[in-house]
Design a protein around this ligand. Structure first.
Ligand code: GLN
Length: 205
């Protein structure tokens, strides 16, 4: 199993370290041709508007959209969740996402850097004990369409983790807390897809 980490910008090194700790071969992705060898992809936290610009400049945006449509498992944290959202609110002018998740997310929904916070979340899909979640200028999922599923909400009910088929997104940063259950959950999607050769080889959509 080879998992790519989009390495244009942001905290891709932290994700790569987590994946290596979990025994996975990691490939840092900066060019379209590097995408062809991966069984899954992580899009890190960072700054989504910059990531978007670089993805387009490096010719990666369209190949990524195609790979997502064809079912590549992708996990986006924070800016990565913004990249996966079909609709981005408070985007900077001209900012595009890759899409795939049937959600609207609002950038910087919790305010500026110094309003970053940490909290414990119940996430029944990944385990019985709470997940310690670190929010750093994170987005919130403001609306969620019928194709996507909520995985975690804050105490006030705001949605901060979602999934849809092979796609997974969190407003927060499991890559920096030492609790790797979200990455393991993602890897189970990667593994499940890898065991289904007829799906991997087929053209969908
Ligand atoms: N505010 C950033 C953005 O809009 C996301 C912050 C993060 O990834 N920690 O992309």
């Amino acid at each position: 199993m080879i998992v790519g980490v989009l390495a244009l910008q942001g905290d891709f090194r932290e994700h790569a370290n987590v994946l290596r700790t979990l025994g996975v071969d990691v490939s840092l992705i900066r060019r379209p041709e590097e995408l062809t060898v991966v069984d899954g992809l992580v899009i890190p936290g960072g700054e989504s508007s910059v990531m978007d610009k670089l993805a387009r400049a490096f010719g990666l945006a369209e190949p990524l959209r195609l790979a997502i449509r064809e079912g590549l498992p992708v996990y986006g944290t924070c800016a990565g969740l913004i990249m996966l959202a079909d609709t981005v609110l408070d985007a900077i002018e001209g900012q595009q996402s890759l899409g795939g998740l049937d959600v609207s997310v609002r950038r910087n929904a919790f305010g500026s850097q110094n309003q970053s916070f940490e909290t414990d979340l119940d996430v029944p899909a990944i385990g019985d004990t709470p997940v310690h979640a670190v929010f750093i200028r994170g987005p919130v999922v403001e609306s969620i369409g019928p194709a996507a599923t909520t995985l975690a909400v804050l105490q006030d009910g705001r949605v901060v983790a979602v999934e849809q088929g092979n796609l997974l997104g969190t407003s927060f940063h499991p890559e920096i807390t030492g609790d790797y259950r979200f990455h393991e959950y993602f890897l189970s999607k990667v593994g499940a897809r890898g065991r289904t050769p007829d799906v991997r080889g087929s053209k969908v959509g």
